[in-house]
Write a protein of this length. Sequence first.
Length: 115
Amino acid sequence: VQLEESGGGLVQPGGSLRLSCAASGLTFSSGVMSWYRQAPGKARELVGTITGTGGTTNYVDSVKGRFTISRDNAKNTVYLQMNSLKPEDTAVYYCYARRSLSTYWGKGTLVTVSS
């Protein structure tokens, strides 16, 4: 199983980025996919989740209304659209999947929000 994030980078406050997570070796369409993030010196936190069909999403309060998770099951890819970015959104963003008793993490992609 491999989860590979991409799309991170440096963006100014108020800007936007779209992260992607390409999955392989995984029963992608049948399960929940999640995004986590870890800011410098802080614990990893859940950003949001999306169900297998994409019909239901959930977000941590700090990103509600600004971030949107979506997925394309034909491409085995999940996305995190981030708008109105703030300096406190600076973190490494990780893709996560759990299937049965196994958990899988990507290596992460760094998002830096700074002027």
